[in-house]
Design a protein around this ligand. Structure first.
Ligand code: ATP
Ligand code: MG
Length: 442
């Protein structure tokens, strides 16, 4: 079947070693080993994709992919530490301890990202891919910046679609007709936002223009793939840039419909402030190499939706505790139709939300129980985050900060008797006011 990419014109430009900044010092020694061995065996061997793009943009690549005219079987015969993966389109993985160099044979036709293992794992129907020339391989890629080849034969960069110039001008541009390419694979819309955010690139005008109109196509993408793409967008150190990009290009509502609706109706902007602050914290942690959890991330991303749902349920007269539980379930369930958030993340996410109400309790038994809850740390960090939305949480933050060291001291320090719940569970007036603010997400 002829595909769109076969009609995309190419024009080869070779950028010699002395006219580009890529040095072998920036390339993983294992990737170089693979490139040299293929080359010495008489094959064409190039570094390709994100690694070439990142090196040209002055970033350290997170992995190194190799493209070659050797078939996977030929690759396997050259490397002892090689395994072949993929069913319809086979890829070679050359394994060096924890580093895997992915070696792909030049291929033709469109790519729906199916070279990725996670797409295979979805069981999604894969399109037929056939081996092709290096030109075919270039035009089936998504962005011009991703279609550059660093050739180990002469250390030149080979550019078939104008990617070198685009990287120089810091522009993300789709190869071919943008609308056609988004329709082939809607996840490319998210890749545009994510890569522009990561690299600090602009999105070319004709690449950006179709985004708001095509946003609904995202609902056709596999929810598991959207989950993976979300992790890449928000847990790679560029969460704020990704979020702002989604907003700017009209994609937020397609990915997080209920959060988008809640943000739109929250006139004070408190919910958005808190969400962005949460993403900023995530970016800081990634920058400092600290662990980040998808559960906490999604607790942040869906908190506006949770608050909105909670308010609606309370307005229907539901008791707070019941309303909280139902709001958490409802928001999770609705979001699952777009993004396949696995239960091992959605359950702790819900716990983080449901624990927020516990932070206003001062009864000794409850305080001790809250402190020993396995989700205490994450829930407390979340409470601290809510300060970005409202100063109303200062008292609670101070209390729980102290309670972590000495719960009895913290309780004794509660000078204002109005703060503690009565033994009979009667909620004092001040408390009630605060609960309403909590429901409003502030
Ligand atoms: P990073 O690894 O920094 O997230 P990347 O560009 O390397 O970015 P990968 O998902 O590793 O992203 O993909 C490797 C290469 O495969 C890309 O550079 C691109 O050339 C090609 N590619 C990936 N996804 C698609 C897609 N959906 N459509 C077309 N080509 C794609
Ligand atoms: Mg990559």
């Amino acid at each position: 079947m002829p595909t769109h990419t076969s009609s995309i014109p190419t024009e080869l430009r070779i950028i010699p070693r002395d006219q580009h900044p890529i040095s072998r010092r920036g390339i993983s020694p294992n990737a170089l080993r693979v490139l040299y061995r293929l080359h010495e065996a008489g094959h064409r061997a190039c570094l390709v994709g994100g690694a070439v793009r990142d090196l040209l943009a002055g970033l350290a690549p997170k992995d190194f992919d190799v493209a070659t005219d050797a078939t996977p079987e030929e690759v396997r015969h050259l490397f002892r530490n090689c395994r072949l993966i993929g069913r319809r389109f086979r890829l070679a993985h050359v394994v060096f301890g924890r580093e895997i160099i992915e070696v792909a044979t030049f291929r033709a036709n469109i790519d729906d990202g199916s070279g990725d293992r996670q797409v295979h794992d979805d069981g999604r129907l894969l399109r037929d891919n056939v081996y092709g020339s290096i030109e075919d391989d270039a035009v089936r890629r998504d962005f011009t910046a991703n279609a550059l080849y660093y050739d180990i034969a002469d250390f030149s960069v080979r550019d078939y679609v104008g990617g070198f110039e685009d990287v120089t001008h810091r522009v993300m541009r789709l190869i071919g007709d943008p609308e056609t390419r988004y329709r082939e694979d809607p996840v490319r819309m998210l890749r545009a936002i994510r890569l522009a955010g990561k690299l600090g690139f602009d999105i070319a005008e004709d690449t950006a223009a179709p985004l708001p109109g095509l946003a609904p196509l995202l609902s056709e993408a596999a929810p598991a793939r959207l989950f993976e793409e979300c992790l890449k967008m928000f847990l790679s150190g560029h969460a704020v840039a990704s979020f702002e990009g989604l907003e700017r290009h009209g994609l937020l509502a397609a990915l997080f419909p209920e959060t988008a609706a809640a943000l739109a109706s929250n006139r004070s902007g408190a919910l958005r402030r808190m969400l962005v602050e949460g993403l900023r914290g995530t970016d800081r942690r990634v920058a400092m190499d600290e662990p980040v959890s998808p559960a906490f991330l999604f607790a942040v991303l869906l908190w506006p939706a949770y608050c909105r749902s909670l308010m609606a349920l309370q307005a229907q007269g539901l008791h707070t505790v019941e309303a909280e539980r139902r709001a958490a379930d409802r928001v999770t369930l609705h979001q699952l139709s777009t993004i396949a958030l696995p239960r091992r993340f959605s359950l702790p996410m819900q716990e983080i939300w449901l624990m927020q109400a516990r932070f206003s309790q001062r009864q000794r038994k409850r305080v001790v129980r809250t402190l020993s809850h396995p989700r205490f740390r994450a829930a407390f960090d979340f409470l601290v985050l809510r300060r970005a939305a409202s100063p109303a949480h200062e008292d609670d933050i101070a209390f729980w900060q102290e309670a972590q060291g000495d719960p009895d001291m913290a309780i004794a320090h509660q000078a204002d008797p109005g703060i503690s719940d009565g033994a009979d569970g009667e909620v004092p007036r001040k408390r009630r006011r605060r609960r309403r603010r909590h429901a409003a997400g502030e």
